[in-house]
Design a protein around this ligand. Sequence first.
Ligand code: NIG
Ligand code: FE
Length: 414
Amino acid sequence: MKRTLIKNIKTLAGIISNSNTPYLNGNQMASLESIKDAFLIIKDELIDDFGHMSELNYFDGFDMIIDANEKTVLPAWCDSHTHLVFPNTREIEYIDKIKGLSYEEIAKRGGGILNSAKAMQYASEDHLYYEAKKRINEVIKWGTGAIEIKSGYGLSTSSELKMLHVIKMLKQDEQIEIKSTFLGAHAIPQEYKNNRSAYIDLIINDMLPNIAKEDLADYIDVFCDKGFFTVEETDKILNAASKYGLIPKIHANELDYSGGIQVGVKHKARSVDHLEYVGDAEIEALKNSDTMATILPGAAFFLNMPYAPARKMIDAGLPVALASDFNPGSSPSGNMQLIISMGSILYKMLPNEVINAVTINGAYAMGLETSLGSITKGKKANLIITKPISNLEYLPYAYGENKVDTMIINGHVL
Ligand code: NIG
Ligand code: FE
């Protein structure tokens, strides 16, 4: 058994005492329980105890003592939506985009997701693995302690399986928690352009059984949006996936009022993500669900999309998570500190709300709420120790600066 003490913590933030709290919604999101002048004890990989320094009455028997001094401690970020296994970056399209082409126009010309899918055919598992590993190491430095990764640049059975094998290897090798999502329905491949239903049959009859056989996915995703997959197609795919016990986390309402949110809620999706096009009907559907509304500010910023009505959603009582959407086409960054700055500046979310959105709510959005996402006894010690900062508001405020001093993952100081 290894015991670590972190003492003299300026602010210990993100405390949730009740370990049965799955997520925070509505006005709960504006409070972030914290203790000033705190200590925290880690036993092996778990949070064992915490409290005010005056309550700490023993200093013996620790294998390591960290004096946090002017530093703040928070739960590490839970980034619940990424595509960080990809073969190549796509800065060429970025130039087209600057010149005025829309995401849909780029996609129609065979760019976008299909561009990555072409490169994916020739990419080796080793190449994909090492590039993804570099990206993971980089995002950990910015505070990420758990991450979801999707397939979806394969679009053929062998390439989708290749991506999922890489994610599986990363799961085994990385210290941070990784969840894997099968996104075969990310785009219709060129060769199925005039026969969409044949591609959907391929997903259902070939990809899904193979994935289930090797237990390669925790979740199923569909890009349910204008120009991609219809509600009916999404429904069909989610029905098939449910036979293998795969819960949906879907791309919805990024490009239009697509019906993606409603079909996601119908299938008890863990999360619906993007949400640029959200009106009263979508909010109403989400209200009667346990589906996490997940906003991806990086993609909206990068593609000049309208911003999801985060304020309206929170004020209506919904829970909101924020995630990076790290991918080569619409959000080439996994920096969650930038995401919380965007959440507050562009979406008018309060500092406490953005922090809850990337910790407990992000954890819920990938099914990790019982083990991560808050300072709770018995949860994993995946923690951020910040540089000396004046207060918590400084985190979203200083948007260009890395405020992480030290990361602790599974109780280990990195
Ligand atoms: O989440 N919206 C769909 N898929 C990705 C983009 C993927 C890409 O362009 O490579 C997203 O933004
Ligand atoms: Fe995405």
